[in-house]
Design a protein around this ligand. Sequence first.
Ligand code: ATP
Length: 264
Amino acid sequence: MTVSTKSASDANQPGNSGTGQSSPASPATHARWDIQAEGLTKLYGDFPALQHVDLEVPQGEFLALLGRNGAGKTTLLKLLALLTRPTSGKLTIRGITHDGDLTELRRGMGLLGHNSFLYDELTAEENLLFYAKLYGIGEPRRAIRQMLEAIGLSSFGKELVRNFSRGMKQRLAIGRVFLHDPELILLDEPFTGLDDRAVALLENSLLNAHRQGKTILLCTHQLELSLKLASRLLILDRGKVAYQGPNQPDRVEQMRELYLQFAG
Ligand code: ATP
């Protein structure tokens, strides 16, 4: 089960979306969704949650952000999701700096955080319609019908989310993230508490999105999952980058040792 019907051969074809709508953030310039950070620092009061982080994520990379509790993973993800501003340093996404016009950038992002961002008092269809309008999806009804089918909720479109089981809500939350076919997908501990069906849906959807050339940033404690899914690993240690490099399937033991050294 996956939330996209687009094949890997369609990768990097702006506007060619699996749900039939044109990608809302497909820019006229076809700029790439590369991310660059230089000296990113975030202070909370005088506490440095992140210190001088340099980062380079080319479009199509699947980056796992690892580290102990409090290492700064969520802070870094929030900066990259444009939810907060750095205290100092520079962040550039798709050629636009963090102090530029971020509207188009935000439309091209899909964020799965601790909150489902679903409304209990709306039906599944109404929830997705709200987000379809927010992201300016063409043919929203069609996109919603396809998405409900992809997440196994076709028969429940007119049910209030309040009546959904936890697993159904989880699948709807995943569908919400992928509905507008985002180019940059950001996830904060998305596998925590998921039921088996939602885990399979999310894993397959991420693998499919990666094959399509989407850029993915996954914040997690789970090394084995990162080794399985990601193309690149970044380990944070007390707000600083302890390791950044490609995920090397032929060097799994070295990757595990690195992880234990800085994040175990
Ligand atoms: P966890 O794995 O526990 O979620 P994390 O690696 O995601 O941790 P962050 O949530 O980014 O870490 O927090 C990094 C540090 O910044 C922690 O020491 C945390 O207490 C502190 N911190 C985070 N947000 C705030 C805030 N809004 N105000 C003050 N301190 C904060």
